[in-house]
Design a binder for this molecule. Sequence first.
Ligand code: SAM
Length: 356
Amino acid sequence: MTRTRSETTLPACYAIVLPGLEEIAGDEIASRGEVKKTSRGVVVFRLDEIDRRLLTLRTTEDVFLLAWGTDSLTYRATDLESIERWTAKVDWPHLLRIHHTIRPRPTGKPTYRLVTQMEGKHGYLRRDAGKALARGLAGVFPDSWKPVEENASIEVWLTIDQATAVCGLRLSDADMRHRTYKHEHQPASLRPTVAAAMVWLARARAGEVFADPMCGAGTILAEQLVCDSRVCVIGGDIERSAVRMTRSNLSRLGDPLLNHWDARRLPLAPRSVDHVVSNPPFGKQLSSPTQIGPLYRAIAREYDRVLRPGGQAILLVSDAEALREAVEPFGWKVKKRTRVLVLGQMAQLSVWRKPA
Ligand SMILES: C[S@@+](CC[C@H](N)C(=O)[O-])C[C@H]1O[C@@H](n2cnc3c(N)ncnc32)[C@H](O)[C@@H]1O
């Protein structure tokens, strides 16, 4: 069932995204509704209809119905009274009704879970904020509902980052961030939402050629196939085990061309690729960080050879300066750069265009 804004007052929604992806996620959300506000790791938005389509966003880690939000936490203990008061004022039955249209009420005894996340130096502990949230929710869940630590039918989250806080009912589950196609993992594998952000930036069209020459477990290729399987998807890796893993992860998504190859000498014709979308190994994944410069120079030369004039490269790297130096001889123009936290380290996501 779909709830529309004209039928009833619909609450705002918010998404939790990886820091650095706010603008890209905001762009994806804006294609479906109105972005109201963006702060570190959070995008608040409104939709005319709230239904299961919300769960098909690709660049967001989780989506919620907004109960309340603020930008003016004081860092002092009085925040705890505010959290309790704001939570108590929410029309929870209304939010729960909308929640049940997306995630049907489970049969049997319902369960619930309260989650509190906190970043910043506040004069209270995360646990205290969680207790304030629980006090504000007093009486909302019948005594027969059981609090659990995971797989709850209802989750209320409170996310605090410095002076900003959002509180809401979680609509997504783990499938939004982990996906269902990823049976096989390798340690350096990307989070699917980061791969989806790269695919979103590429905007490949039907019939165009999209290549990830260092595909690892195939996350970027998978995200492209989910987004539009009419694109011609090509991938490969120097490790046979990675190619096998990619084949298994992509088995239900489409029909990509997969190869065991060296990205420094691709078996592809010159000017045959529209989009190279890839994340080469980070320094810590190589036997020596000094290998980064030569590797980036070799792949930049090869990507320039296979890209058609006007084609683009979307690259996620740990060493932005080494990449800039590597692509300099080819006159590629940078269209976008953003920093994003990947595998616990800052990385740079950049979009380059080969001159037409
Ligand atoms: C950071 S991982 C890519 C992860 C991938 N995006 C994913 O989500 O699973 C880098 C990959 O580059 C591969 N690689 C390293 N050197 C290569 C080369 N010269 N040619 C092709 N692949 C290479 C590694 O085997 C590794 O799988």
